[in-house]
Design a binder for this molecule. Sequence first.
Ligand SMILES: Cc1ncc(COP(=O)(O)O)c(C=O)c1O
Length: 427
Amino acid sequence: MNEQLPSEESAREADRTDVFPSRRDEFHLLPQAGGGEIAYLAGNSLGLQPKIMRGRLEQELDDWAQLGVEGHGEAMRPWVSYHELLREPAARLVGALPHEVVMMNTLTVNLHLMMISFYRPTAKRHLIVIEDSAFPSDSYAVRSQAALHGFDPDEAIVRLKPRDGEFTLRTEDILSTLRELGDSVALVLLGGVNYYTGELIDIEAITAAGHEQGAIVAIDLAHAAGNVPLKLHEWGVDWAAWCTYKYINSGPGATAGAFVHERHLGDKTIPKLHGWWSTKPETRFQMEPVVDEPHSADAWAMSNPPILAMAPVLASLEMFDEVGLDTLREKSVRLTAYLESLLDIISVGRPMRVITPRNPERRGAQLSVQFDNIDVGPLTERLRSEYGVVADARQPDVIRFAPIPFYSTFHDCWRVADALAQLVETR
Ligand SMILES: Cc1ncc(COP(=O)(O)O)c(C=O)c1O
């Protein structure tokens, strides 16, 4: 143990006395080789499995086994309208009106579907602004969209970089870049919380600045949904998309979400790729050849809902409703601040530093730690195999730690710091 750290017992005491009644027992914690539990700090990559999931999936499998096709109408939760069940709880998580949200597909697919509608470049206005540290899938998606419209991706994509010697973007710099680019910007697509640095951007200010230039402003909420409070409708964001397997704990590849601001709903001049779920439910089975779009984000849905990929999302959203995102956020702020304080202690004299913003308002549950001249892959592996700490490495030089308010503890945070103190030599 590192003698500068507070005692292990004090971390356990913080867990015993915290005002939030932990929901840890409701999740499958990973067993540690040799006994005990893994300290799981990778819920920003894949959330742990809530114990209710198996029963919820079995319910759908039983309905399928016993009802066959009749399950569309007669399953306990009828499949034909299953996605409707997800709409309101999902809208609450992202601060949207219910009809602005549709749960469908996977995240990158939704990014593309939204860009089909909202990236309609002209010779003059065709730039897409993203963060330089955007997740690669977003980067590939925007580059391929620019190419689809005949533009050179190297010219059409503007990548926002932090100032020299800094790790995260300053809002004032984002706003001034948007002003400089002016009416050449067609689309601003930024991560609400950046996957690499953990920075929570000022979505409201950036949306207003993008709109001043006549651009569409879109947010990838992969690392923000279920993590931080959001007000997409009030902030006026044009569209957003997110996955549900990180903070929303719905399992690998579970059904994703999309938001389209009310101001764009019902606008039939916006091009969309249609399928039979893009038409109004009341006329869907009249089998007409021409789509009859609803006045909702469902106009972007295409296929019938994938029940086995949606059942976990519904179950998880119910857990969020039970606890409330505000309560989770309060616990999250406490856990993250505690982890930060420990990482600060052990960073002294070691080649490592937290690069996530210090201001709790500008971050969610994740702290990214950057290391000098240390290969983060093997270090992450040793954290797991020798100390039972699961985090994830992101090349080139960062390990991300995310204490998740549903199931992480102050003691988990202590284990992170204690393990790093032992594995990373002082300079
Ligand atoms: C910011 C961001 N965008 C896009 C993706 C890709 O998601 P999917 O594989 O669900 O399309 C991820 C996945 O981690 C992500 O973190």
